[in-house]
Design a protein around this ligand. Structure first.
Ligand code: CDP
Length: 230
């Protein structure tokens, strides 16, 4: 890689369980840049709503989201390959990964004012530094001028299997593979079908199907693209 210090912006979009965050974390370390987990930001809002209301109706979701965003200080601290998420100073890194939050998050992510606020924060976080971001709308909406755009996907069976292994490694064994696959399919549908910023491959994104690829192979493919722009 040349010594020229080019600001680099890598956008990784794709459906749940494709390996985006694993790949993005490794890339950020290798490229010495900041990793921004945009899904964690939507999850944080969803978690805060559940803190206020255990079983919120659609109206309650909107009302609570409005209140929460009035005073919403979010910090993503990327250290030692891990993202820690703080909202108004409280560490909610583990809480935002529960199945309850996963189920609620697509509804929260379809609210226009929630997206406006979080996209604005994501753009501010990406200003003046090299970044790797992962999400659903990074290459299409958040940072359409990103230097490298990747659309990372894999078969639904493989994505469910990966999420199952991930939950198991965290000691969460209450969810079976079929339930997980249904949950992921429902989330994909909600993300693809929503009106605002649906999950789409940007026309200039490189599509990588990781069903049969190891993480290091995917990372190598993306690094190759980064080399080209340095
Ligand atoms: O890690 P996983 O793929 O399960 O999901 P995530 O990246 O943590 O994102 C959780 C949810 O947030 C997604 O299912 C989307 O509904 C929403 N999201 C979004 O709408 N836009 C983004 N840029 C990132 C996430």
């Amino acid at each position: 890689m040349s010594a020229v210090n080019t600001k680099i912006v890598v956008a990784i979009d794709g459906p749940a369980g494709a390996g985006k965050s694993t790949v993005a974390k490794i890339l950020a370390e290798k490229l010495h840049c900041t990793y921004i987990d945009t899904g964690a930001m939507y999850r944080a809002v969803a978690f805060e709503i559940l803190e206020k209301s255990k079983n919120p109706t659609e109206d309650e979701i909107e009302i609570q989201a409005q209140k929460i965003l009035e005073d919403f200080q979010i910090d993503l601290k990327f250290e030692n390959g891990m993202t820690r998420v703080f909202v108004n100073g409280r560490d909610i890194s583990e809480e935002i990964r529960t199945p309850r939050v996963s189920q609620l998050v697509p509804y929260v992510a379809s609210i226009d004012f929630v997206r406006e606020k979080l996209v604005d924060l994501q753009r501010k976080m990406s200003r003046n530094q090299s970044v790797v971001l992962d999400g659903r709308d990074i290459g299409t909406v958040v940072l359409p001028d990103a230097n490298v755009k990747i659309f990372l996907t894999a078969s639904i069976e493989e994505r469910a299997r990966r999420r199952f292994e991930e939950l198991k490694s965290k000691g969460i064994e209450s969810v079976d593979l079929e339930t997980l696959q249904r949950e992921i399919a429902a989330r994909d549908r909600a993300d693809i079908e929503r009106k605002i910023s649906p999950l789409r491959q940007a026309p200039d994104a490189i599509r990588i199907d990781s069903t049969n690829d190891r993480i290091d192979q995917v990372v190598a493919m993306i690094l190759e693209q980064c080399e080209l722009i340095r």
